[in-house]
Design a binder for this molecule. Structure first.
Ligand code: ARG
Length: 296
C-alpha cells in the first residue's frame, strides 16, 4: 500500500562559508541622543551588560570559525558599536560612510582609517550613506536602502565605485530606518541554482520596492511584525548558521523550515540604541578567498 499523504518538501542542504567581520566593543555605549524611534535618552542603559551581551555574540562567531577584526572604540561615539554603519567593503575596496546625523559623523573617518590600515583601498564618500546598514550584497547585486539615512545619490556613487548593479529600495517606516533592519541576506554564496535568498518585512517598503523584492525573491521568508519589532531580521548568516535575536521565535522556525540553523543571541541592551546582531557586524567580504567549512 502506498502512502499518499502529502510529504513536506525536504529542506535544501545549506553550506556555511567562513566569514570575515569587523566589530567594535561597546566600551563607550550609551543612549545619550535620539536619532531613531528606539532610542530613549531619558532611560538608563547598562554599558557593562551591553559589553557582556556583545561578547556573547563574539563567542558565537568564534565558534562558527569566523575571522573577527576589531576597531578600537572611541569615547564620545556611543553608536560606534554598530560597525555595519562604518562603511561598505567589497572587492578589496571600502566605500566610506558619511553619516546623516552630526552625533555619528566622526565615525566615518575613524572607520576609514581602520580600512586603510587593513590594506583596503578607501573610496571617500561625497554622498550621505550609512554603509552596510543600508547596503546589502545579495548575489552579485547591491541592494541599497534610502528613505531615512542614506541618500539615493549615494546609490549612484556606490554603483560607480563597484561597477555593479545597485538596486534602490525605499524604506517607509521610521522604526526600520536602515535596510538591514528590514531585510536579512541569508546566502553569502549563491546556492546550486545560483540563487541567494532573503527574509524581509513587507510593511517596511514602499510598493515599487515590494514589487522588486517579490519578483526577484519569490521564495523569500516573509517576516512577521512581531519578529521585526524586536529587530529579529537584523541577523547575520554564513549560509547555514543564521545568528538572530533569541526572541525572534517565528523567524527561527521559518529558517529551520528552509534548512538553516538559527542561533539565538540576546542583545537587548543594544536594542535600546536601535540595533541588533547585524548592526554590530560589518562583513569584510573576502570574495574569492572565503573557504567553505563543513556544516555541523
Ligand atoms: N543608534 C544607531 C543609529 O540610529 C543604531 C544603528 C543601527 N545600525 C544598523 N546597522 N541598523 O544610527
Amino acid at each position: 500500500m502506498s502512502n499518499t499523504a502529502p510529504q513536506p518538501a525536504a529542506a535544501p542542504q545549506r553550506t556555511a562559508t567562513k566569514r570575515t567581520v569587523l566589530m567594535c566593543k561597546p566600551t563607550h555605549y550609551t543612549v545619550s541622543y535620539r536619532i531613531n524611534p528606539w532610542m530613549h535618552p531619558e532611560e538608563p542603559t547598562d554599558t557593562s551588560k551591553a559589553v557582556e551581551q556583545w561578547q556573547s555574540l563574539v563567542e558565537v562567531y568564534e565558534q562558527l570559525g569566523f575571522e573577527i577584526h576589531q576597531i578600537d572604540p572611541i569615547e564620545g561615539l556611543p553608536d560606534m558599536v554598530y560597525a555595519a554603519n562604518g562603511g561598505f567593503v567589497l572587492d578589496g575596496v571600502a566605500y566610506g560612510a558619511k553619516f546623516q546625523y552630526p552625533e555619528r559623523q566622526p565615525e566615518g573617518p575613524a572607520y576609514m582609517d581602520w580600512f586603510r590600515q587593513a590594506g583596503l583601498t578607501v573610496a571617500e564618500p561625497e554622498e550621505t550613506n550609512e554603509g552596510e546598514g543600508d547596503f546589502l550584497l545579495i548575489g552579485d547585486t547591491i541592494y541599497a536602502g534610502t528613505g531615512f539615512r542614506s541618500d539615493s545619490t549615494s546609490h549612484e556613487e556606490l554603483a560607480r565605485v563597484y561597477g555593479r548593479e545597485v538596486v534602490t529600495l525605499t524604506l517607509i517606516n521610521p522604526s526600520f530606518y536602515h535596510l538591514d533592519t528590514a531585510i536579512a541576506a541569508l546566502d553569502p554564496e549563491p546556492d546550486a541554482e545560483g540563487r541567494s535568498n532573503i527574509a524581509y518585512l513587507e510593511s517596511a517598503f514602499d510598493e515599487p520596492s515590494l514589487a522588486i523584492l517579490r519578483e526577484r525573491f519569490p521564495d523569500a521568508i516573509i517576516a512577521t511584525e512581531e519578529d521585526a519589532a524586536i529587530l529579529g531580521l537584523n541577523s547575520y548568516s554564513d549560509g547555514y548558521n543564521v545568528v538572530i535575536a533569541s526572541r525572534a521565535v517565528r523567524f527561527a522556525e521559518q529558517l529551520r523550515e528552509k534548512g538553516y540553523n538559527p542561533i539565538g543571541v540576546d542583545l537587548s541592551e543594544l536594542l535600546l540604541g536601535g540595533g541588533g546582531v547585524k548592526c554590530c557586524t560589518l562583513d569584510l567580504h573576502p570574495i574569492g578567498t572565503g573557504t567553505s567549512v563543513a556544516r555541523s
